[in-house]
Write a protein that binds this ligand. Structure first.
Ligand SMILES: Cc1cc2nc3c(=O)[nH]c(=O)nc-3n(C[C@H](O)[C@H](O)[C@H](O)COP(=O)(O)OP(=O)(O)OC[C@H]3O[C@@H](n4cnc5c(N)ncnc54)[C@H](O)[C@@H]3O)c2cc1C
Length: 423
């Protein structure tokens, strides 16, 4: 047996299990929007997701609040969720229609993650998108700047999927990195979100005044040493504290448990540590609230997120990285997404485009833009809006047999407008 610190794997033939026009990698808001848009424009589409549900961080990480979903495919998502009373219910406006809620809302609005997972599967099935869950994209096969397909791993072993065009909606720019497109690594604080149920909200509010009072309550307890809590306290993010309360479900709170900094989130060992540390703190915090805060006596820790919430790991470094000012002004000739109706912020096509791969687009929280604007671009409506644009552009490239770089921007914008996106 060799003592070398690596294995040499035998050469093997990997069976190809599918051959599609557009392969969408990752099933978060960006991936779902991309797959639906591509299928509606006539492409055969497969979506591969490592977990057994859709929605990504927005469902699995219990994010559950979003700026208004009111443009393009976001509007459809909001309507579908509203039909299940699962988007921005406002008891003061009981008779409000879906359109009233969608148009009248501002700030962060709650949605229900389980309904979102369910509706996303319905949307994909309605468009005949092939969904493959529990499959991890382990490698991308790329020759001379062209991706031939990806290699997935699952319980059946390794297999290949061939595609004419790939959309990287992994959130981590996995496909871009694997295919050799320039990417940069980024670090953001990471947070475990958890839900508590059966909280007596009236009683808790008598004590706290407002829900934001929980921040102060926790900070004082940490400062006095009443709770052993090593995670970061962040005034801007309001952590630890309540993120949403009583909005979708009475007596249910969505809580941030504090910030973990300097975490190298692409390093599996650091990621493992982050899961352990943040789950431990969430558990401690939930118990502390039960024992010390009136109204929490009968509350229970209902659910922690499927995985710790990692905001960012890698971003694409596209051909011309737009600045914060440019994105905020939103006057690009190649604007393909304007996620906040009535606001100037826009995303250009170049933010989705890799420098050196001719059949790949990136959508969602790992697109190309300067770091100082990524905080806004990672929000949910932007992820789905860039997904929708990527889906349309990919289909155009396939149908016209052209590269991602050759897509006609005017035609792309016209098609997006045609399907209800205000640019
Ligand atoms: C703690 C926290 C709080 C936040 N709060 C808010 C908020 O209040 N409002 C808001 O709008 N946004 C918020 N965000 C940001 C927002 O939730 C995300 O940026 C957004 O949901 C990302 O969507 P996405 O589709 O780009 O990526 P993701 O949701 O990350 O989806 C990527 C998908 O790809 C899959 N995947 C990844 N790699 C592979 C692979 N190799 N093979 C197969 N599948 C793969 C993943 O499982 C996942 O389903 C928050 C984020 C965090 C972490």
């Amino acid at each position: 047996m060799s003592n070398a610190d690596f294995f040499v794997e035998p050469v093997r033939e990997t069976p190809i299990i599918n051959d599609v026009d557009v392969l969408v990698c990752g099933g978060g808001f960006a991936g779902v929007a991309a797959a639906v848009a591509a299928a509606r424009n006539g492409a055969s589409v497969m979506l591969v997701e490592r977990y057994g549900f859709l929605g990504g961080l927005a469902t699995g990480a219990l994010v559950i609040t979003t700026p208004p979903l009111n443009n393009g495919i976001n509007r459809e998502i909001a309507k579908r969720l509203t039909e299940w009373s699962s988007y921005a219910p406002d008891p003061a406006r009981e008779n409000a229609t879906a359109d009233d809620l969608i148009d009248g809302a501002d700030g962060l609005l709650p949605y229900d993650p389980e309904t979102t997972k369910f509706e996303f599967v319905r949307m994909l099935m309605e468009e005949r998108v092939e969904i493959l869950f529990h499959s991890y994209i382990a490698d991308t096969l790329c020759t001379n700047g062209h991706i031939d397909g990806v290699v997935i791993e699952n319980k059946a072993g390794r297999s290949g999927i061939r595609a004419k065009f790939i959309i990287d909606a992994t959130g981590d720019a996995d496909i871009a990195a694997q295919s050799g497109a320039p990417v940069r690594t980024v670090e953001r604080p990471i947070t475990m979100m958890f839900n508590m149920a059966d909280v007596d909200s009236e009683r808790a509010l008598e004590h706290l005044g407002k829900w934001t009072g929980l921040k102060k309550f926790m900070r004082e307890a940490i400062a006095k040493g009443e709770i052993d809590f090593d995670l970061g306290v962040d005034a801007d993010f309001g952590a630890p504290g309540i993120f949403a309360a009583d909005l979708i479900h009475k007596g249910q709170l969505n809580i941030w448990s504090g910030m973990l900094y300097s975490n190298q989130s692409l390093d599996p060992a650091q990621r493992t540590r982050a899961e352990i540390v943040t789950r431990d703190h969430s558990f401690r915090m939930a118990n502390f609230l039960k024992e010390n805060l009136p109204g929490f006596e009968n509350a229970r820790l209902e659910q922690m997120s499927t995985e710790v919430g990692i905001r960012a790991t890698r971003n694409l470094d596209g051909p011309d990285v737009p600045s914060k000012q440019e994105i905020s002004r939103g006057e690009f000739k190649d604007t393909i997404a304007r996620p906040y109706l009535g606001k100037s912020l826009a995303v250009p096509y170049r933010s989705l485009l890799p420098k050196n791969i001719d059949n790949l687009l990136v959508a969602g929280r790992c697109i190309s833009a300067h770091d100082d604007i990524m905080g806004r671009l990672r929000l949910i409506p932007v992820c789905s809006a860039t997904g929708e644009a990527a889906g349309v552009a990919a289909t155009m490239a396939v149908q016209q047999d052209i590269t991602a770089q050759a897509v006609d921007i005017g035609q792309l914008q016209a098609q997006l407008t045609e399907q209800g996106v205000e640019l």
